[in-house]
Design a protein around this ligand. Sequence first.
Ligand code: ADP
Ligand code: ZN
Length: 744
Amino acid sequence: MPFISVAVPVPYLDLLTYSVPSHLDLPSVGARVRVPIGSRTVTGCVVEAPASGAAPEEVKDVVEVIDAEPFLPPSIVELCRWVADYYLAGIGDAMAVALPPGAREKASGFKTRRVATLTAHGRSAAAAPADTPDLRLTTKQIEALGVLAATSATLPLSDLRERGITVDVVGRLAARGFVSILEEAHERDPFETAAIADVRHDAARELTREQAAAMTELETLAAAGEFRVALLHGVTGSGKTELYLRLAQRVCATGRQVLMMVPEIALTPSVAALFRAAFGERVAIQHSGLSDGERHDQWQRIRRSAVDLVIGTRSAVFAPLCRLGLVIVDEEHDASYKQEEAPRYHGRDVAIVRANREGALVVLGSATPSMESYQNAASGKYARIVLERRVLDRPLASVRVVNMRDEYAAEGPDIVISRELAAGIEDRLSLHEQVVVLLNRRGYATAVICRQCGDTFDCPNCSISLTVHTARNGWRARCHYCNYSVMVPKACRKCAAPYLEHTGFGTERVEQHLRDLFPDARIGRVDRDSVRRKGALTSLLSRFAARELDVLVGTQMIAKGHDFPGVTLVGVISADVGLGLADFRAAERTFQLLTQVAGRAGRGERRGEAVIQTLYPEHYSVRLACGQDYVSFFEKEINFRRGMRYPPLVAMVNGVVRGRTFEEAMQTAAEVVRRLELGASAAGFSTLGPAPAPLAKLRGEHRVQFFLKGTRRAEMRQALRAVLAEVPDVRRRVTIDVDPLSVL
Ligand code: ADP
Ligand code: ZN
């Protein structure tokens, strides 16, 4: 009896082996199967057929083979195996990101119809002569098999009914394993529902000299028709999008497909709209803002090769394209490419691995490349293509720094908007120009403190202070990690004194200050709280683009890729928000955010200006962002990383062990680290910790962390995997993050 390896949707589990009973055909890699696990039957995906290696002693039978053809292309199955291996995730978790919604359940929640498809068993029955005695089929059943065999994919039951084949007939065929019946979503066009700006691509537009030179280089790379990586390092407004589009058209013209990855589609609807305008029907879109039904539809279109180009967020890297020729990763430095739950993969890095396997070109684009990518370009691993100037020789924004220490000394400690920034905003408003104001912290106040006894308002589940938000009937304090929320009382809970003070400020407070200062200005706010309602973000951004708003206040959501030609002033309320964090990427993140947000100014005809408020004007990430001097920043930062042995110079793995008590978490973590250390020097890595995680308590659990640092990744993975298998019950209590972006 043949055996197969199956990925099942159970966290942390590795591949399971099943036997294929003789009445079922051997399914292909990528097909879905129903298999027993414990007392349940689940839908899994075939990863090896037949299974490699020896079969375990007790093997259960596959119950049903759902797909006669691979549902996931085998290349995607292999990519998921790589993800599971590299990121130390369960294979089921890794496969889950590649499957379209509803692939595993009887679909619900979106418009579906029932469709029938032949199983492998049914296919051979259909091929057998009609009078084969041991099949014992009725005339209607033979007819149904014939109709299904004549279509390449699935047929809706309603279509079969129109041909005189009732649901009953199909049902009986299904019961005998000839046919499987599935729920399938009706196709809808997500572009219809998305309120996307009306964009047209001007194909006749002449490229600037710099763009043209970059285009020639990119075309040469693409023409090689094999795996390459290019870093397109172009300042904000240098016209990178135009190059992506033209290169995509070139590659499609040769019959290969394009994957265009963007950090968040809702934040840059114009990029999606531009590609849609250029490629028309041959575009599919994949991102989490779509309903399950829409995502499922789009996935099916890609699978059927009905598209030339897929545009999507990080999970689009698993799109079932089969002739991939080009992957573009726009804003490749963006942290949203990293998934912060299992599997903790980085979309850009998986894209590079995928392109390597499929012989495609990767273009990484950014004005502020990640340290990783720039290092690879500097060492010659990636081609480097540079755009130093904005299109039409528009100047970069001029940046001025306001030292908030001076401002506090002059105006008192409650000042939020400096005199210089306020004057600048007033100026722009009088000229009917637009302003963007950034503060990368949401809420009204960051903490509540009792002035009498010093009691602070902390989350009962997490070691973090609650953030104060304005509410209809007063102040509401909310935890940004577990969502615990409570109204802020009038008096202190501890000492009953009525002296509760709000300290620190967030976007809501900035918005209120602006309204007080400029009562006539039309002001909008963009942060995760203000855009909770579906469509709210698109609406705010399109009102700002249509100049129905004068000022947009927001978190880093407003710093990304937008092209608003009316914006001539960008204000940064506090450049220091990220700098205090105990995180080796803090300087990089600050530099990126400041450079990107300053890049939002002056993209139209008028020169832009940025005003940056900070307590640390001499900090190199602030100083060099003001000069938009990426290369100097990189050099300074890489020396720091080298000195401290941080990525990209070494590989790092972060582990967080959770426990009901601190001691429990600490004990387990110490045991893991002790075992890791036994093999560490032979495998060339070192361990750090265990120590309390920066967020020592989260959602009621205590957290202890440890690190691995080294250069031989495969050996680090192997050691970690071995230890996790040895320590009983540890898998469920430890989170492993390979190449972590943020450590909490
Ligand atoms: P980036 O992505 O590098 O920040 P964009 O691609 O958004 O820059 O380009 C900035 C602006 O310049 C856009 O409005 C775009 O339409 C325009 N643009 C790009 N290339 C040209 C060109 N060759 N001639 C005129 N305008 C251009
Ligand atoms: Zn909490």
